[in-house]
Each structure stands twice: as structure tokens, then as C-alpha cells.
Ligand binder design. Structure first.
Ligand code: PEP
Ligand code: MG
Length: 576
């Protein structure tokens, strides 16, 4: 029995058989034959049938992703399919074949040229280049007959069709890879790279797939076919686990659906869920969430050619409201920029995108039109059957003027709707606290708004100057550093003297081991991936508020992350 440690990402456990995903492997081309020995007609026919096979695989992948994760995520496969039918690209490959190039070399050459063209346009088109690489590799896998079987470590062509009991091992998974996985077949995921706040990890959690990320190079020592336990609670991957190891693994113990919860001494804490697509709403209700604390509307904008219409957004929001008729649904206005790219929005190409035009900055300036369309949809939804539960929050706030401008945009959209005789209402309004500037201004923000919600994924990155996606600074990107804790404390204390409630929707909120600390810091609401809702609810019922405050004070008095971790009885290696 050997144990590898990484970062527990989905706090569930699973046992299964290791299969490596190596999308780049085994796509080496054979030597180029002399053109005189190539039969162009036969090669054209091979290219055509490879396109058909790739198209069929993409449609299957699309349908699976639509069913499991949502229409918006599934649309990435439609974009890939468009490349298969792109007349210029297809024509280029056919010309090369007609000149005596075998199909696989023609695909490789002509796609390489197209990829280069996309990369040369500007940095934002890099995503399209990645899409092209994906389509090229699908075609090559068919042409080279690679990836049908993973036993020899070759690439797996079809992530959505993995056999039951697979533990998927990979260097790193992309969000679209993850969205393709069948949670009923995949017993677990372990990756060499990646952190728990990366978007692929967030999708794995929303699919309830046990996951350990960032295991590092040692993971490569595991061979295909090994029996593995993925313990996403303790961040372990165990090879050939014995009965004791299986029993000790944190399972999904608290999967019952508890009602609304209060601390042992009666302080009500709302435990809500983060939702990144309509398909996640069902599992969220099943896990007993008290509503939605973060509806990430950017998912509605991904993998398509143009922004969603006002009506589409209205439908998505009212669907969420109907799923939680008695609870609050907090919808975040569009939060793109940084690592969240949307090619058709023509986002600026910046040296430091995380310090650039992101979140509400874009909404108030170059994407004001999208902001107003979204606000129209939201104000109409606020007047729908269950609309009184709607709350709207603005991402990446750093200035009072932004909140004033956002609130006046809401007022002016309301006035336009009134003038047009359209039914509408103004929902609760709030700001995400994700920047140190917002922390320092939290008292003023709380005066102007109905609520604040702490986004620890970004707040930690900005307080600690540590990129949330960079494994090299993962030790810094931990909200248990005293500086990050003080930022949370300052926010909660600032709201405490006002009518505003204060919640947390960063990944920190979903760790049951931190619930007492967060209650002690004064948070009224915790919002998380649905999978941890039951465990956090259970933990809250055991907490005494006075003890929790004492614990928070002790944590705030600590000088180092190690001291905080020791106080909370956490392993130094766990990342929050
Ligand atoms: C956060 O930054 O903590 C947050 C919840 O927003 P996102 O992860 O979508 O950036
Ligand atoms: Mg954020």
C-alpha cells in the first residue's frame, strides 16, 4: 500500500482502477511517404470518414455534457464541430491530400498553420487555437487509430465513455474535459497539477466526483490498471488500499438532507450552494441547500458565438428561483476577465489580466450594454412568481463609485421598464468582497447595500499576492493566513454595525473543518459547492457561538498560517 498526498478537492472518496488520460500521447506521425506512393482518393476517403467519426464523437460528448453539466458547457463541443466543417480549413487539408500528402500529415500540417494564424491574431484568440488543437487531435486519433484503449497508456479518445470504476489520472484537466466526465462511471480524479479553486476542480465538485489535485510528479509512478483509493477529504491517493484504509477514508457520511440549521445555541446560519449552470440546480436542491448563494452568470456566456439574450437570462434566473421558492437566490452579474475569457466579447489583452479589466469594471464601461441587458432580465425576474427571493451582487468591487454607478444603473433600468409598462422589481443588492480595497471600504459598502459576500478565492489571491491558479504559490493562496483571516474579520465586523448581512461564497466556505471559525468571525451565510452542504450543516448544529467567537479571536491572534492550522487541528499540508 503506497500513499500519495495532494490537495483534497471534492471531499468524497472513491475506489477504482487507474487510467491515465494523456491527450497528447501516441499521436506521433509515421514517416512521410513519397507522394508518388500516395493514393489521393483513398486518403480523401480516410479524411472524410475521420471527420464523420470525430463529428459523431463530438455530438455524443455534447449531449453527455448537456445532460450532466449544462447546455452552456456543452456548447464548447458545438464550437469544435464548426471547425470540422470550416470550408477554408477543410479545403486546405483536401488540397494537401490532392498533392500527394497522406491524410494524417495533411491534417497535422494544415491545422498547424491555422493554429499559428489564430495565435498570431492576439492573445485572446489563443482559446480558439486550443479548440483547434483539440479538433486536430480528435482527427489524428481516428486516423492513427490511437486512444481506443488506455491499457497501454495511450490517449483516451472519449472521456465521457469511461468504464465504470475508473479513477482518472491526468497531468491537469481542463474545465471542458471535466464537464465531459460521467459521475456514475468515474470513481475519482487525481491530477499532477492544479489547485482546488481552479475552475476544473470547481466543476468536479459540482459533479460530486471525488478528487485530489496537485499531487505533483510522484503521481506519475502510478501505472494504468492499479487499484486506487481517491480520498478527497484528506487529499490522499492510496495504491492497493487495504480494508482499513478504505474504511478510514472520508465518505459522503452526511448525505441526508438536513433542514435549515442553527448553531447549538440557536444562531441561524444559511447554508447555500454555488451554482455554475442550470444543470447543477437539481443536485443542489437534493443536497438540502438553503437557496443559492452564488449563481455564476458567466457560464451563460461561455462557448457560444454571441451573448445570451435578455429572455434567455430571464429564463435561467427564474428556473433557479422556482427551484428554491422559499429561499434566496443570489445572482452575480457577469464576472469575466482575468482567467475567464469569452472570445466574442473582445476583452482587452493585458499583461496582468487579474489586475486589469475584470468583473464590474467591464460592466460599467465597455460592456455597459451587456450589464443593462442583464439587469433588465434580473429586474423582470424579481417580479416573477418567486422573485422576492432574488438578490443581485456585483463582482470585483474596489471603489465606492462603482457601487454608486451600479446602483444607479439598476435605478435607470427600473425607470425604463416602468416607462415601458414592463413588470419588474428591484431585488436586494450586494457586493462581492474580493479585493483588499473592498475590505477597507466594507463599512461604506455595507451602508449602501443590502449584503456583502466574501469571495475568498480572489480575496486570498489579492491579499497574499498569489495567483489562484499557480501551484508554485499554493502555500500562499490559503485563506488561513492571518492576513487573509483579518481581511474576512474586518469585512464581517464592518457589516455587523449595519443592516447588511454578510456571507461567504469562496471555496473556503465549503470546508466543514472551518465552519466554527467562520461562524465565530460573524458570517451569516456560507455558500459552497452543493456536495459539502450536508456536512457543513451537520457541523453547524454542533457549534456554540460564544466558543466559535473565542476560536476566531484566537485564530486572529495567530501570526502564521501554521499556528492557525494547529489551532484548528488541521494538517499543515491541507489547503483550504
Ligand atoms: C471568489 O473569488 O471567491 C468567487 C467566489 O468568485 P470566482 O471563484 O467565480 O472568481
Ligand atoms: Mg472571484
Amino acid at each position: 500500500m503506497r500513499t500519495f498526498t495532494g490537495v483534497g478537492s471534492t471531499p468524497l472518496s472513491g475506489v477504482g482502477t487507474a487510467r491515465w488520460y494523456r491527450p497528447e500521447a501516441d499521436l506521433t506521425l509515421p514517416d512521410r511517404p513519397d507522394p508518388s506512393g500516395v493514393d489521393p482518393d483513398a486518403e480523401l476517403a480516410r479524411f472524410e470518414s475521420a471527420r464523420d467519426a470525430a463529428r459523431e464523437a463530438l455530438r455524443l460528448a455534447r449531449d453527455r455534457a448537456a445532460e450532466r453539466v449544462g447546455e452552456e458547457e456543452a456548447a464548447v463541443f458545438e464550437a469544435h464541430e464548426q471547425f470540422l466543417d470550416d470550408p477554408e480549413l477543410v479545403g486546405d487539408v483536401e488540397d494537401a491530400i490532392a498533392d500527394g500528402t497522406p491524410a494524417e500529415h495533411a491534417v497535422s500540417d494544415r491545422f498547424a498553420a491555422a493554429i499559428e494564424r489564430f495565435e498570431a491574431l492576439d492573445g485572446q484568440m489563443a482559446e480558439r487555437a486550443d479548440d483547434l488543437r483539440d479538433v486536430r487531435d480528435r482527427l489524428l486519433r481516428v486516423l492513427l487509430d490511437a486512444g481506443a484503449d488506455a491499457d497501454d497508456g495511450t490517449a483516451l479518445a472519449d472521456l465521457g465513455g469511461l468504464p465504470a470504476g475508473t479513477v482518472l489520472l491526468a497531468e491537469r484537466l481542463t474545465p471542458s474535459d471535466t464537464a465531459e466526465l460521467d459521475p456514475d462511471a468515474v470513481a475519482g480524479i487525481a491530477t499532477v497539477e492544479g489547485g482546488r479553486t481552479a475552475h476544473a476542480a470547481i466543476i468536479a465538485r459540482s459533479l460530486s466526483i471525488p478528487a485530489v489535485v496537485g499531487v505533483g510528479e510522484p503521481l506519475r509512478e502510478i501505472d494504468d490498471g492499479a487499484e486506487l483509493l481517491v480520498d478527497g477529504t484528506d487529499g490522499r491517493v492510496v495504491v492497493d488500499p487495504d480494508a482499513e484504509a478504505r474504511a478510514a477514508a472520508g465518505g459522503d457520511a452526511a448525505s441526508a438532507v438536513p433542514d435549515r440549521v442553527s448553531t447549538a445555541d440557536g444562531r441561524r446560519i444559511e447554508v447555500a450552494a454555488n451554482v455554475g449552470s442550470e444543470a447543477e440546480i437539481g443536485p443542489t436542491t437534493e443536497r438540502g441547500a438553503d437557496g443559492i448563494g452564488l449563481f455564476r452568470t458567466e457560464f451563460l456566456f461561455y462557448d457560444r458565438e454571441a451573448p445570451p439574450s435578455e429572455d434567455e437570462q430571464y429564463e435561467a434566473v427564474t428556473a433557479a428561483l422556482s427551484a428554491f421558492p422559499d429561499d434566496r437566490v443570489v445572482v452575480r452579474t457577469l464576472d469575466v476577465g482575468g482567467d475567464k475569457r469569452v472570445p466574442y466579447l473582445d476583452l482587452p489583452n493585458e499583461t496582468n489580466p487579474f489586475l486589469g479589466r475584470r468583473g464590474v469594471r467591464l460592466s460599467l464601461d465597455e460592456h455597459r450594454d451587456l450589464f443593462e441587458t442583464q439587469l433588465r432580465a434580473l429586474l423582470r425576474a424579481a417580479a416573477s412568481e418567486h422573485g422576492d427571493g432574488l438578490a443581485v451582487m456585483f463582482p470585483l468591487v474596489s471603489r465606492i463609485e462603482e457601487v454608486e454607478a451600479a446602483v444607479s444603473a439598476v435605478e435607470s433600468v427600473a425607470a425604463d421598464l416602468a416607462a415601458a409598462g414592463v413588470e419588474h422589481a428591484v431585488p436586494e443588492l450586494g457586493a462581492m468582497i474580493e479585493t483588499p480595497a473592498a475590505v477597507f471600504l466594507a463599512d461604506r459598502l455595507a451602508d449602501r447595500l443590502d449584503f456583502l459576500s466574501v469571495g475568498t478565492n480572489d480575496l486570498t489571491q489579492y491579499v497574499m499576492a498569489a495567483d489562484r491558479e499557480n501551484d508554485g504559490v499554493a502555500d500562499y493562496h490559503d485563506p488561513l493566513h492571518p492576513a487573509a483571516l483579518r481581511a474576512i474579520d474586518r469585512t464581517a465586523s464592518a457589516a455587523a454595525g449595519t443592516d447588511a448581512w454578510v456571507g461567504m461564497c469562496g471555496e473556503m466556505a465549503g470546508d466543514p473543518a472551518l465552519a466554527e471559525l467562520l461562524v465565530g468571525l460573524g458570517l451569516d451565510e456560507l455558500s459552497m459547492s452543493a456536495v459539502t452542504v450536508p456536512a457543513v450543516k451537520e457541523r453547524i448544529t454542533e457549534i456554540d457561538s460564544a466558543d466559535a467567537r473565542e476560536l476566531a479571536d484566537e485564530a486572529l491572534a495567530c501570526e502564521t498560517r501554521a499556528e492557525v492550522r494547529e489551532l484548528l487541528d488541521l494538517d499543515a499540508a491541507d489547503a483550504a
